[in-house]
Ligand binder design. Structure first.
Ligand SMILES: [Zn+2]
Length: 286
């Protein structure tokens, strides 16, 4: 704040901007944040001070978490994962992690559409339902995505016990959480219990993984790999979760909108054209 005031008064008292910059460069400025001197990373510090608290409050409110639950999440590797994704793809990742997919429950709220699932046409289409719909085609598409997901986990040297827990969580765990069934026989591993009972498996697929995952990984491969490797593994787990989730969402969108341009025209544009024609004819009759 003092630096800001100094800059303003210097600019006001000096009509020549070039000279003003020279004067400023001759000043020694100390920047403090929370009473600590900042020697480097000023833009990052300003960004954190402005955005951290509002963003945290939004996540707490949206997820229904308290501060303790919030602190269980591996934010360090969430950050590493998101900055490793090309900028163009970050928007779709953010929509996934913030629960902003246009499910039919959302479409009902904003556009008055039917809220039912496009596969089974029975259950409401929530994000949770997308990951566990029992319709045969939905299950087949999830199986395909799951096979690719397991290959990703194995290629990142995930211990078999963790692969088993993760797969049980994103299949059985999500389905059972919707039926209020607390019996998770396949999820007895400690980290599986924390993820399922405290954070949830859907948020796991949104990238909010427990910090215990990297600790479990490290314990299982102790002596062979460093702490740094467990951090890299956790980041890769988050990336794999996003890939799996986006694959499921893409399959759902193909059912709703059609896969190619021709199919999309058949499913979306043709009915709209027909409706416009009907309205136009009604207008002519009036
Ligand atoms: Zn369904």
């Amino acid at each position: 704040m003092e630096a800001h005031q100094l800059a303003i008064s210097c600019l006001k008292s000096t009509p020549n901007c070039a000279r003003a910059r020279g004067d400023l460069l001759s000043q020694i400025v100390t920047v403090l944040s929370k009473r600590k001197m900042i020697a480097a990373g000023l833009p990052q510090q300003i960004f954190t001070n402005i955005h951290y608290e509002p963003l945290k409050d939004k996540i707490l409110k949206y997820k229904g978490w308290n501060q303790t639950t919030f602190n269980l999440v591996d934010w360090v590797n969430f950050h590493k994962a998101i900055i490793s994704v090309p900028r163009l793809h970050r928007m779709s990742i953010t929509k996934l992690s913030q629960g902003l997919w246009n499910t039919n429950v959302q479409n009902e709220k904003f556009y008055g559409h039917l809220n039912t699932c496009p596969y089974c046409h029975i259950k409401k289409e929530t994000i949770e339902h997308i990951f566990c719909c029992n319709h045969e085609i939905a299950k087949q598409e999830r199986d395909t995505a799951l096979t690719a997901y397991k290959v990703m986990l194995i290629s990142k040297r995930t211990p078999p016990q963790l692969v088993e827990t993760i797969v049980a969580g994103i299949t059985t765990g999500i389905a059972q959480s919707l039926s209020q069934n607390s019996d998770h026989p396949a999820l007895e591993h400690q980290v599986g219990r924390e993820q399922g009972a405290t954070l949830g498996w859907v948020v796991f697929l949104q990238g909010y993984i427990s910090q215990k995952w990297k600790d479990s990984y490290q314990a299982m491969i102790s002596g062979k790999k460093s702490v740094q490797d467990s951090q890299t593994w956790a980041k890769n787990l988050i990336l794999a979760n996003w890939t799996y989730s986006k694959s499921i969402w893409a399959s759902r969108n193909a059912v709703v909108h059609g896969k190619g341009a021709m199919e999309m025209e058949g499913k979306t544009i043709t009915p709209l054209k027909r409706r416009i024609r009907e309205l136009y004819l009604m207008l002519q009759k009036d």
